[in-house]
Write a protein that binds this ligand. Structure first.
Ligand SMILES: Nc1ncnc2c1ncn2[C@@H]1O[C@H](COP(=O)(O)OP(=O)(O)OP(=O)(O)O)[C@@H](O)[C@H]1O
Length: 223
């Protein structure tokens, strides 16, 4: 098991009341599989993803990466070395080119990466479908689908085994959505990554190896 969440509780205080977004939520993930977590808007998908990626911490419960509590690994260290995150709104640096965006995580990771980082970054972008002349363009001069690809390449840049994505095709048309889904499948099935996508799209859920549904703070298997 590469990633495990155990009895996660997360709530907002509403006057005297606690409004639970996650209630005793447990879930586990293996390498080589493409997972989806399906839920309606406001169901807590982003919250769950932010706990799995150490962008936030639960009120109780724990997240284990390869059996180690990510709190013990250190949230920052875990983010720097173990997980690639793809955000709904890409979160790219707009004043950087595509290749410069991919170089950012490479400059801060402690993972072993080849010395010629620029070549690695260009190759990664090319693999994801961003050719050289687009790789040298400022990211805000690229289309939404292209920016999403750059965000995927950036998430892969530190050679992590775990990829987490928040509604990664939310801003894309159907054709582009399918291309991105194919990339996720390939990363899981050909490169052995663990890919976890939160989404409200049934279409993506149907194409994943395993799907869960999040509703009222409770996770169930989605058939
Ligand atoms: N600071 C806050 N105070 C109170 N409630 C909050 C706060 N931030 C988020 N929430 C609520 O927590 C719930 C879960 O939010 P979350 O962003 O995890 O949902 P989501 O499933 O990702 O939704 P979407 O698909 O719309 O992005 C929502 O009902 C939201 O209104």
């Amino acid at each position: 098991m590469i990633l495990e969440a155990k009895d996660l509780n997360y709530y907002y205080q509403d006057g005297e009341q606690r409004r639970y977004i996650l209630k005793d939520t447990s879930i586990s993930f293996e390498k080589g599989k493409f997972y989806t977590i399906l839920g309606q808007s406001g169901s807590g998908k982003t919250t769950l993803l932010s706990l799995l990626s150490a962008l936030d911490s639960p009120h109780s419960g724990e997240v284990l990466f390869n059996g180690d509590d990510i709190k013990k690994i250190g949230y920052e260290k875990y983010r720097r070395n173990n997980v690639g995150i793809i955000f709904q709104s890409y979160n790219l640096v707009p004043t950087f080119t595509a290749v410069e965006n991919v170089l950012v995580p490479m400059s801060i990771t402690e993972n072993e990466i080849p010395e010629d980082t620029k070549t690695v970054a260009y190759n990664l972008l090319d693999y994801i479908g961003i050719v050289k002349n687009k790789a040298d363009r400022l990211v805000n001069r690229l289309s939404g689908g292209e920016q999403q690809r750059v965000a995927i390449a950036r998430a892969l840049a530190t050679n992590v085994e775990l990829i987490l994505a928040d509604e990664p095709t939310g801003n894309l048309d159907e054709e582009m959505e399918q291309e991105i889904i194919e990339i996720f499948k390939k990363l899981a099935h050909e490169h052995g990554k663990c890919v976890i996508v939160v989404t409200h799209s049934n279409e993506i859920a149907l194409q994943s190896d395993q799907a869960f549904r999040l509703r009222k703070g409770v996770l169930t298997s989605y058939e």
